[in-house]
Design a protein. Structure first.
Length: 276
């Protein structure tokens, strides 16, 4: 199963039908689609507002045509932006979706001079990350604090449907490349855990996202294994997703993840994984 799926409506590289065909070949019981919802500024990896109705109609139609074989869910990945909340919730199609993956891809720009530079992307290229870091005076801890503040607010704000917190430590993709991160790592994850635990009444699942493993050749998913173990010990609900952008990625690194979890004594995460 995977609920974190991107098609050509946003930054994916295949149609929803192609994903459904592969999911059926994998003998999955369910699959969910989660187009990147529109943002209030130019963004080349999000669905456009004028395609929302077409997207939801296509996924709904696929669900009806395949209901005897597989359950198909229509959702979105929505960005939280400090000062704006979840701007995508203004759209009826997003409000009516069956689930929402809430994510942080941007932090506030403390030096913004116009609306188009108000937010800084932190999980794109390392060059983009360095621009964000520059805006925080090359103080990595301040940038991480901005990410944590956005995460705390994102978790506490309701979305009106099933809420999954997506790749909760994704800033680490770039932050870990900075030499200062080693001294900040324990502090960062302690703060993140407090946020997740304190806001546990405000979401349904924390996502274990395997994309870093099969796309970036990293040894850990989002979040890292030690953090997953801590979440599991405190009974935080977890869901495994691949963040697929092509049908071949639907079960990307699932077998590797299962082995890692088993090696850490976390087999029950897989055995008791949620079914839709």
């Amino acid at each position: 199963m995977n609920l974190h799926t991107h098609t050509t409506y946003c930054d994916g590289t295949a149609s929803a039908l192609d994903f459904v065909k592969t999911a059926k070949q994998l003998q999955w019981r369910s699959i969910g689609f989660s187009a990147h919802a529109p943002l209030p500024f130019p963004c080349d990896w999000a669905i456009t507002a004028d395609n929302l109705e077409k997207y939801t109609a296509e996924i709904t139609n696929l669900a009806l045509l395949n209901q005897s074989d597989i359950k198909i869910l229509c959702g979105f990945e929505i960005d939280y932006l400090i000062g704006l909340g979840f701007p995508a919730l203004r759209y009826p199609e997003v409000q009516k979706s069956e689930f929402l993956i809430s994510s942080i891809h941007f932090v506030n720009n403390p030096k913004a001079e116009n609306p188009n530079t108000q937010y800084l992307e932190i999980d794109g290229t390392y060059t983009q990350f360095l621009l964000a870091l520059k805006s925080y005076g090359f103080d990595l801890k301040k940038l991480l604090q901005a990410f944590l503040e956005a995460t705390q607010q994102m978790i506490s704000e309701p979305v009106g449907t099933l809420k999954i917190i997506g790749h909760i430590d994704k800033i680490i993709l770039n932050a870990a490349k900075a030499s200062e991160f080693t001294a900040l790592e324990n502090w960062f994850y302690d703060e993140l855990f407090q946020i997740v635990q304190t806001g546990s009444y405000s979401y349904d699942f924390i996502e274990i996202n395997t994309r870093a493993m099969y796309k970036k050749a990293l040894s850990n998913p989002y979040p890292k294994l030690e953090f997953i173990s801590k979440l599991h010990q405190t009974k935080i609900p977890l869901i495994i997703n691949s963040d697929a952008h092509h049908p071949s990625e639907l079960n990307g690194s699932y077998s590797n993840l299962y082995q890692l979890l088993s090696n850490c004594g976390l087999e029950s995460i897989v055995k008791n994984h949620v079914k839709f």
